[in-house]
Design a protein around this ligand. Sequence first.
Ligand SMILES: Cc1cc2nc3c(=O)[nH]c(=O)nc-3n(C[C@H](O)[C@H](O)[C@H](O)COP(=O)(O)OP(=O)(O)OC[C@H]3O[C@@H](n4cnc5c(N)ncnc54)[C@H](O)[C@@H]3O)c2cc1C
Length: 366
Amino acid sequence: MRVVICGGGVIGACTAYFLSRRGVDVVVVERTEVAAAASGKAGGFLALDWCAGTPLDALARRSFVLHTQLPHEVAGNWAYRRMTAYGGFVAGDDALRGTPSALDWLSSGVVIAHRLGTTDTTAIVHPRKFTSAMMNAALAQGAELRRGRVTGIARDADGTTAKGVETDGGVIEADGVVIAIGPWSLLATQWMRLPAVYGQRSPSIVYDTGRDVPADALFLEYEQSSGAISIEVFPRADGSTLITAFSDVAPLPVDPATVTPDQDAIERLQAIAERLSPLFRADRIIARQACFRPLTRDGLPLIGRVPNCEGLYVATGHNVWGILNAPATGEAFAELITEGAARSVDLTPFDPARLPPLDPSLLRAR
Ligand SMILES: Cc1cc2nc3c(=O)[nH]c(=O)nc-3n(C[C@H](O)[C@H](O)[C@H](O)COP(=O)(O)OP(=O)(O)OC[C@H]3O[C@@H](n4cnc5c(N)ncnc54)[C@H](O)[C@@H]3O)c2cc1C
């Protein structure tokens, strides 16, 4: 059995790993490079139970367990570590501004109000290193990685069965096709009946903080005259710390390689980072970047069979939890494709058929 996976982000890489582990002949087609988009620029934060009470809970719990196991099964070092997560706020011009922070690496006035997660429930990976390691493990199991842009689905004569993908380098024949091109899945609505997938852009700055910042993830509210914003701080075991805030809805560039941050957003983020800790100095910045996370109308991913076409599957829309939920997505996909149904998690809440398909003429009209 041969399966083509479109997209070399974390979802494509994990699906390639679990499928090739079952002996499936896998070809991954990636337009730019592995982890070129959000999967290389995310925070990498993982939580066991932060999706409790939502349809994502089982997927997140299974993924968290797989994230603990994968470092023992897969070659490479992607800086997996357990961490503590805290919530709080940055004091404005009030009496709290001079109060020493409960965490000694933070500036005074950064108020830690509660602990959100412990080393039993929260962890982190370096997302680009994790995605690359999963892809490399898939390649070691016989998968193939091809650089190319997927432009359509090859079908049988009556159009009801996928026979492979059309790319800018020709047709790649296969028995199954998985669409995992993140927010660019919006373009795939021209090739198949698929609900809309949107891209939400976030800027981030990565600092080289070495061992100076401990394993404390932060989720902070920052009061501004225009209203409160949420800031997230993710120190990783390789000595890099990613800080992100602000999301905006910007046009998604057709070419993933041309995603750039808004300069004004980066400057505001840098000013906030400098308010958080003297460790976030300008001379320690190693990346100013932006990425688009894929999301759907109801906030849940699309994971499963594409309606009305045998052999066609989609896995996208993982929103803020794509790095966390990639392993269980890949594992469930391998079961679905090779056994006909997912056993490890129930994919019913993520059935692509639950949402109406986007009218492709709307996209062409843009
Ligand atoms: C600032 C930020 C912080 C985040 N932090 C976290 C976090 O802490 N924890 C967490 O779990 N998640 C986090 N996320 C979310 C996570 O990054 C995403 O959900 C996840 O990376 C999506 O992975 P993907 O594989 O679906 O898509 P992508 O990473 O976008 O990968 C899609 C791939 O498809 C390729 N492609 C596109 N079009 C084509 C085509 N036509 N043919 C072939 N290839 C194509 C692209 O080049 C790209 O490599 C964060 C996201 C952002 C933006």
